[in-house]
Write a protein that binds this ligand. Structure first.
Ligand SMILES: [Zn+2]
Length: 410
């Protein structure tokens, strides 16, 4: 059973709703949201695990750290868990860079395992699709582990086997620039999709039963993953080109192909992928320079974020940047459901990785999604499939493919 919602949280969710009528979370929607199993497919929160002063058991200010996920917010937002990310920013690709990336990935993995070890009554590692409901019913939060950007595997791709033994169940190949395995959606092509090393990694992920995640990779990588992967793939945090055309989003034809191959697209809420915020190249350059000034997102300390956020807000105001809203996020969600069908959609809002919109600032706002889906006419079974069942189905299929392969081999 889930722990019962506290009286205070319930009162807040029922009484303290903003003026927008659409975002009134009815008692019916709240109860449904509490009943179903809810997972987000891309939680960047492990980035905070080793930060001094940050505590997952305490409510951390959403601003200025942009800390959107912790236990109190998960309880308030009825989020049972998700896929927690080992994210490594892409640096150079020299042997020294590869070793630095290797160490970074392993360090983040250890930090996740340390968090699990420190809070065994609150969080539990999920290894199979069935684990999620069992962990939730035991009153704990579900922790699947994924990799975002395979660069920690560049020096030694066989490390994927070690990551698998340590619990990794999802693998995203690339981030915002090309690496040794695949082309990014955000840089000019180098491999025209996957490199030979990338193809080998895809085969190894299939062999281990690790789900392949296309988010951040180029369209050519998508086509090759569909052709190559023996198991369905996911897009752990991606939006729709038809709603807002952007290299990080995907077109309707590919969404249909994904669904035909049993895959799932989990919808991203990162504002500048949802709408045209009016960001000019000059603005982007200034933001990049600002990140550089602080040594990059991954290296920023708590104190840096306060100053960074202040300066970034100044830049946004100077350039008159528009902010995406929950309506904008929902436009992507409804479109993708219509194209893919509710059996192939989920939520990966890029929490703690740049996600969140006006009206849904952190995971405590998640019941609004369920309320809107209910209002749009989706059934409880469909809503639960989107909140967890579809993602779990792909995890189950990837593991079944690996087991079948192992039997053929033996
Ligand atoms: Zn990402």
């Amino acid at each position: 059973m889930k722990p019962l919602l506290s009286g205070l949280a319930l009162a807040l969710s029922l009484a303290c709703v903003p003026a927008l009528a659409a975002d009134t979370v009815s008692a019916e929607a709240r109860a449904l949201h509490e009943r179903i199993l809810t997972l987000d497919s891309h939680l960047d929160t492990p980035m905070f695990f080793a930060r001094e002063g940050w505590d997952i058991l305490q409510r951390n200010d959403t601003a200025p750290l942009n800390s959107q996920v912790d236990l109190p917010k998960m309880v308030e937002g009825g989020l049972d868990g998700g896929v927690w990310v080992i994210y490594t920013g892409q640096r150079g690709r020299t042997p020294a860079d590869d070793l630095a990336a290797r160490d970074h990935g392993l360090t983040r993995l250890v930090e996740i395992r340390e968090l699990l070890a420190a809070h065994p009554d609150t969080f539990e590692l999920a290894l199979t699709a069935d684990d999620a409901a069992r962990i939730r019913d035991a009153g704990k939060r579900v922790v699947y582990i994924s990799i975002e950007n395979a660069s920690p595997l560049s020096a030694d791709p066989s490390l994927l086997g070690f990551y698998h033994r340590m619990g990794v169940r999802v693998l995203g190949l690339v981030h915002t620039s090309n690496n040794d395995f695949a082309d990014s959606a955000s840089t000019p092509p180098e491999w025209n999709g996957l490199s030979d090393k990338g193809r080998a990694l895809v085969a190894e992920a299939n062999r281990l039963g690790i789900v392949l995640d296309h988010s951040h990779a180029s369209d050519a990588v998508f086509d090759q993953l569909i052709a190559l992967s023996k198991a369905p793939i996911i897009l752990s945090h991606t939006g729709a080109d038809a709603v807002y055309e952007h290299p990080r989003n995907i077109d309707d034809a590919r969404i249909r192909t994904l669904a035909e191959h049993g895959g799932v697209i989990l919808v991203n809420s990162l504002g500048s992928y949802l709408i045209d915020t009016g960001a000019t190249p000059a603005y982007r350059e200034e933001v990049a320079a600002l990140f550089d000034r602080f040594g990059g997102r991954a290296n920023m300390r708590d104190a840096d974020w306060h100053e960074f956020d202040r300066l970034r807000a100044e830049l946004d105001a100077k350039h008159g940047l528009k902010q995406a809203t929950l309506d904008d996020y929902f436009a992507h969600i409804l479109h993708i459901i219509e194209v893919a069908g509710p059996e192939h959609v989920g939520f990966g809002a890029d929490w703690d990785g740049g996600g969140g919109v006006v009206g849904m600032e952190d995971v405590s706002d998640l019941p609004k999604i369920t309320a809107r889906l209910l209002e749009a006419g989706y059934t409880e079974a469909q809503i639960e499939a989107m909140w967890s069942g579809n993602l779990l189905r792909v995890i189950r299929q990837a593991q079944a493919v690996a087991e079948a392969e192992a039997q053929t081999a033996s």
